[in-house]
Design a protein around this ligand. Sequence first.
Ligand SMILES: [Zn+2]
Length: 93
Amino acid sequence: MAAKWNGKSLHQLTQKQKRIDGLTVALHELSNLLNEAQKDHLSELGRILDRGPDDIVVGNWGCGDSPIGLCVYSAALGGEDECLLCGEPSERK
Ligand SMILES: [Zn+2]
């Protein structure tokens, strides 16, 4: 790669590009780790609930009856509708 472009030094630009490349790789690796952790979490939750990890969807509502403190829905019903543990609907006002 040329060190200059139209007489201007490319050192700073090259350094910044390398930084972006490094951060992109790190982000990709973290994303893979996050995906693995989420799969592992769902597998463990599924084991506790006697369901497959692909059969459950974790919601955002707090749930006093849930082992993770969040409502859990059946994925088989398209992520519908009532929490498997407390029975509250996923759509609430
Ligand atoms: Zn619930």
